[in-house]
Design a protein around this ligand. Structure first.
Ligand SMILES: Nc1ncnc2c1ncn2[C@@H]1O[C@H](COP(=O)(O)OP(=O)(O)OP(=O)(O)O)[C@@H](O)[C@H]1O
Length: 575
């Protein structure tokens, strides 16, 4: 909890004021039974009206102080806890942004969402409640106990006799609760994951008529969440009755022996009333305990989950040691590169070597799962090689600062991803300052300008979440335009023209061929591959063949088979 609560440090002033006010409220509360005892013993028993009036005024004044302290304490507690949770959420979000891809394998998106929402809220609640009642309740117990000893030590002894048992019981319950509520948050992760998956795949679910099946799947995980939550709460729920039972036993002992003491002259009625009053306050504080423990236990489990993210050891993404000047802008070299995904055994890329000069175009082909996307991911250092060296612009990628390295690369991923906002926002997303004509220029090259112009609001047309209101081909072309806006010296297209018709794709390639950029294009189409300077054919992570279309047609049986399997007329046209 230490790391998480270090984010509350900037608000220590507010916290201190809230604590002082809380202590004031507590002191006032502890004074009240003493005043009541005096009213009884010195006012009522001795029939002194002046004492009753004077002490009555004191009692009223104490109540007003407690009331005002409570309100102001609440204001400061709310300010401190909400500011703290804002900073904490920002910190966790910032940490997630700096994660390498390997870390996203370790922390799935759904779990990160739960951490950013529910876990942060639970930790915020614990700070708020801490400043309001959480500390007050135990202090009230301790304070009442001390005051009871001040009033009459003998009677107070009967009150505290059950304390050691109650403390051991509480310790055991807290330990159990932390484990149970940690499990509940994991169940919540699973519910979030299913919801996320389903909402993303809503069209597919409808098309496959799987609505009922998915609802059942959801019911199952939601049911598991309910089951474990009830189990965790059940543990918490037995705390209160047992605490109250213990306290009531003490109270009975105080009344029983108190009666004898009064008869024997060892105590006064007012003292007995004061001790009973303290006992009632202690019981009230104890009844808050189960609630407090529940919040504390949940927050502890949540803060552990947040610390997992904040303190996670990440391999390379933090490094920023490199130099930034390219030696040969646009040159790419893979020297005997092998790669195994973290947490797996089998290498996905094996002994890959090739070199591209600035502005050369490389087509990468190969069966599904042969390692094409993986190879591309080594360039912007989404992952680092296991063996061998990848060089960009004449320098080992490890010697570049990540920021400068990535600035030179434009990536169009296999799945086009757009953000909620206008088309213009989406196109300019990858660059800090862009003029409108730069956007139009990139859109013209990506063959999307005319389409955008036909929309009633043109470049100011709003794109729904993930581009739901655009066709697959439109999304692909917008993604390409977004990459071109950056004027990258390396352009990576990962099978990103698959949804385009032949004519549009041809026009697009004519534009891309004019670009001053070294290009790596993953494609399944011979027609596209033939436009590249060279073709790299991957087979199970190894280079099966490398060369021009003509060279591969003569030397690679696999390439010939792919060519033959594609439409005869297209192949015939170029052979
Ligand atoms: N994050 C990952 N962790 C572990 N293994 C992975 C990961 N991503 C991909 N792989 C594995 O690496 C291999 C190569 O995957 P890759 O995505 O590079 O193939 P690909 O040639 O691009 O395939 P496709 O044409 O289907 O996109 C596959 O066997 C895949 O299972």
């Amino acid at each position: 909890m230490k790391t998480v609560f270090s984010y509350a440090k900037p608000y220590k002033f507010y916290i201190a004021i809230a604590l002082v006010l809380m202590l004031l409220e507590l002191v006032v509360e502890l004074m009240q039974p003493l005043v009541i005892a005096s009213i009884i013993d010195k006012g009522i028993v001795e029939r002194d009206q002046d004492v009753i009036i004077q002490l009555g005024i004191v009692l009223m004044a104490l109540s007003v102080i407690a009331f005002v302290s409570g309100i102001v304490n609440s204001y400061f507690a709310a300010h401190a806890s909400h500011s703290f949770s804002f900073d904490l959420r920002q910190a966790v979000y910032g940490r997630i942004q700096s994660f390498s891809l390997a870390m996203f394998n370790k922390f799935p998106a759904s779990g990160l969402i739960t951490r950013l929402t529910s876990d942060v809220t639970l930790v915020q609640q614990v700070l708020y409640m801490g400043l309001r009642i959480m500390l007050r309740a135990p202090l009230l117990v301790v304070g009442s106990m001390i005051m009871a000893f001040v009033v009459n030590p003998k009677l107070a002894l009967y009150l505290v006799i059950v304390f050691p048992f109650l403390l051991v019981f509480l310790y055991v319950m807290v330990k159990k609760g932390v484990a149970y509520f940690g499990f509940v948050q994991k169940r919540l992760d699973r519910v979030n994951r299913i919801v996320q998956e389903n909402l993303q795949a809503v069209r597919l679910i409808k098309a496959y008529l799987r609505g009922k099946y998915e609802t059942q799947r959801f019911s199952k995980v939601a049911g598991d969440l309910k089951f474990d939550t009830v189990k965790a709460f059940r543990i918490m729920e037995i705390i209160l009755p047992i605490l109250l039972f213990g306290m009531n036993l003490s109270l009975l002992a105080v009344l029983w022996f108190g009666a004898f003491e009064i008869q024997a002259g060892g105590a006064q009625i007012g003292e007995l009333v004061a001790i009973v009053n303290y006992a009632m306050r202690m019981t009230g504080a104890f009844s808050m305990f189960s609630f407090i423990i529940m919040i504390f236990v949940r927050a502890k489990a949540s803060s552990e989950r947040l610390e997992e993210v904040l303190l996670a050891e990440d391999g390379h993404e933090q490094e920023d040691v490199g130099e930034d000047q390219p030696i040969r802008l646009g040159e790419i070299c893979f020297d005997n590169v092998s790669f195994t995904y973290p947490g797996t055994e089998e290498p996905v890329l094996k002994n890959i070597s090739f070199k591209l000069n600035p502005n050369e175009k490389l087509a990468i082909m190969g069966a599904t799962g042969s390692g094409k996307t993986t190879l591309l991911q080594l360039l912007p250092r989404f992952y680092d090689t296991t063996d061998g060296v990848v060089s960009l612009h004449g320098r080992d990628v490890l010697k570049w600062s990540l920021r400068e390295l990535r600035k030179t690369i434009g990536i169009v991923p296999q799945q086009s991803l757009l953000f909620t906002g206008t088309i213009s926002n989406n196109l300019s997303w990858g660059k800090d300052e862009v003029a409108q004509d730069e956007l139009a220029d990139a859109a013209i090259k990506a063959q999307i300008h005319e389409t955008v112009e036909r929309f009633p609001k043109g470049y100011y047309t709003r794109v729904g979440q993930k581009g739901v209101n655009l066709s697959g081909g439109q999304k692909q072309r917008l993604s390409i335009a977004r990459a071109l806006v950056r004027n990258p010296s390396i352009l990576i297209l990962d099978d990103s023209t698959s949804a385009l018709d032949v004519k549009t794709e041809g026009a697009l390639w004519e534009e891309l061929e004019q670009e001053q950029a070294t290009m790596l294009v993953v494609t399944q189409k011979i027609r596209t591959a033939m436009r590249a300077d060279r073709i790299l054919l991957l087979e199970e992570g190894r280079i099966s063949s490398y060369g021009t279309h003509e060279q591969l047609m003569t030397k690679s049986e696999l390439y010939r088979q792919i060519a033959m399997s594609q439409q005869e007329e297209e192949v015939d046209e170029y052979v």
